[in-house]
Design a protein around this ligand. Structure first.
Ligand code: AQP
Length: 354
C-alpha cells in the first residue's frame, strides 16, 4: 500500500531550498496517496537547540506546512517527539545498522567537522532515526532534496537487513507483504517495504545565492545566502539583486549553463517557482543579461512566496491552533505506528506481558 512520509527539522531559517526541494512537493502528493508530514524535532536536538527556540521553530515549520497548502484533514501533520514509536524503532535500527554503514555518511562528516570526538552520538546515529521515521509507517515514497539521497539508501539497507535477518519469523507469523521485486538474494515476502526516494525536478539542490557551489542552508551565517520563507518583498528583491552571478548573458540552451553554477542555480529557481523546465525558461530568457533576468526572478519569487509568508505570520499568531493540529496529527500517526512496533516486537521475540 503506497504511503508518503517526509520531514523538516525545526532548526530556524526555513528557506527557499526547503520549500522547493521538499515542502512544495508535499502539497500535490497529499491528493495522490496517504501522506504523513513530520516536524522532526528529535533530529533537531542532535545539535544544541535553545529550548524556547525549539518550541518556536516547531510551530514555525508547522505553519509553513499549513501555509504552503498541506491540508491537515487530508495529510497527517505532527511533531516527531509526540509519537514515541520513532525513538523506539530507532533503537532497534541502532542494532540493525552497522558502524561501517554510518561511517560512510557524508552529512555526519560535514556537520561534525574536525571535532568529531565532541559530536553527539545522536548526530552519528541520525540516519537510523530517519529510517525509523519512514519505516514506522511502512512508507513507500519519500520526497526529499538531493542532500538526503545517501540517508535514503541507508533506509533501504536497514529495511533489507531486517527483512533478511528475520525472514523465517516474518513468514511464520504471517506478517509479510509480497516483495514487488524478488531476486535470488531477497525473500519473496518482506516486512518493511524498500522505500522509493522521490528526488526529481529542477529544485532538488538549491544553491547559496552567494556561492553557487554551496547548498542553500539554514546554518549559513550569511542571511544574503538564502531566501527565508518569512522574508518580505523588499528582502527578497534585495537578495536576488545581490545574488552572485557571472558577467555573461544567459545561454539559450541548458548545456550552456555548464560551468556556470550561479547562473544554473538562478535559472533552476525560476523554473521551479514557475513550474517550468530550465529549457523552457532559457527559451524565454536566453541571450538576456542578468539585469533583465534578476528583476523577473525577484517578481516571481515575491508573487509565489509573499502569500505563504503572510499566511505563516497569521498562523503563528495563533499557537493554540497550531498545537491542536499537531496533537490531532500525533494521534493519527500513532494509530499507524503502534501496530507496526507491535509487529516488530513479535518478530524480534520481545516478550510482551501486556
Ligand atoms: N538547498 C536545498 N535545496 C533543495 N532541498 C533542500 N533541502 C534542504 N536544503 C535544500 C531539503 O529540505 C528538507 C528539509 O531539510 P531539513 O530541515 O531536514 O534540514 P537540512 O537538510 O539540514 O537543511 P539545511 O538548510 O541544509 O540545514 P543545515 O544548515 O543544518 O544543513 C529535506 O528534504 C532536504 O533535502
Amino acid at each position: 500500500e503506497p504511503r508518503v512520509f517526509s520531514g523538516v527539522q525545526p532548526t530556524g531559517n526555513l528557506h527557499l531550498g526547503n520549500y522547493l526541494g521538499a515542502i512544495s512537493r508535499f502539497v500535490p502528493l497529499q491528493d495522490e496517496m496517504p501522506s504523513i508530514y513530520c516536524v522532526v524535532d528529535l533530529h533537531a536536538v542532535t545539535v544544541w537547540q535553545e529550548p524556547a527556540e525549539l518550541t518556536r521553530a516547531t510551530r514555525e515549520v508547522t505553519a509553513a506546512y499549513l501555509a504552503a497548502g498541506i491540508d491537515p484533514k487530508k495529510a497527517i501533520i505532527f511533531n516527531q517527539s509526540q509519537v514515541k514509536e520513532h525513538a523506539e524503532l530507532a533503537w532497534i535500527f541502532n542494532c540493525i545498522a552497522r558502524m561501517g554503514w554510518l561511517n560512510r555518511m557524508t552529512q555526519f562528516k560535514e556537520k561534525a567537522g574536525k571535532n568529531r570526538e565532541n559530536a553527539s552520538v545522536g548526530l552519528f546515529a541520525y540516519p537510523n532515526l530517519m529510517a525509523a521515521d519512514i519505516l514506522a509507517y511502512r512508507a513507500t515514497h519519500v520526497p526529499v532534496g538531493d542532500d538526503q539521497k545517501q540517508h535514503l539508501e541507508l533506509t533501504r539497507d536497514i529495511a533489507q537487513k531486517f527483512n533478511n535477518d528475520f525472514v523465517e519469523r516474518i513468514r511464520e507469523l504471517g506478517l509479510g507483504i509480497p516483495n514487488p521485486e524478488p531476486t535470488p538474494e531477497s525473500p519473496d515476502e518482506l516486512y518493511f517495504p524498500i522505500t522509493e526516494p522521490m528526488i526529481a525536478g529542477p529544485a532538488t539542490r538549491i544553491m547559496s545565492l552567494r556561492d553557487g557551489t554551496k547548498k542553500m542552508s539554514k546554518s549559513d551565517p550569511s542571511d544574503l545566502s538564502r531566501i527565508n520563507l518569512t522574508d518580505d518583498a523588499e528582502a527578497i528583491s534585495r537578495k536576488v539583486r545581490k545574488a552572485k552571478t557571472d558577467p555573461e548573458a544567459l545561454p539559450s540552451e541548458v548545456m550552456g549553463l555548464e560551468g556556470r553554477p550561479e547562473a544554473d542555480n538562478l535559472v533552476g529557481i525560476y523554473a521551479a517557482l514557475s513550474g517550468r523546465t530550465k529549457a523552457e525558461v532559457l527559451a524565454e530568457y536566453g541571450g538576456q543579461q542578468f539585469s533583465v533576468f534578476k528583476p523577473a526572478l525577484s517578481d516571481l519569487a515575491v508573487e509565489r512566496l509573499a502569500p505563504i509568508a503572510d499566511n505563516m505570520r497569521r498562523l503563528i499568531a495563533d499557537p493554540g491552533h497550531i498545537d491542536a493540529v499537531l496533537r490531532d496529527g500525533a494521534e493519527r500517526a500513532a494509530a499507524i505506528a503502534a501496530p507496526v512496533l507491535h509487529d516488530v516486537r513479535r518478530i524480534m521475540g520481545f516478550l510482551e506481558a501486556r
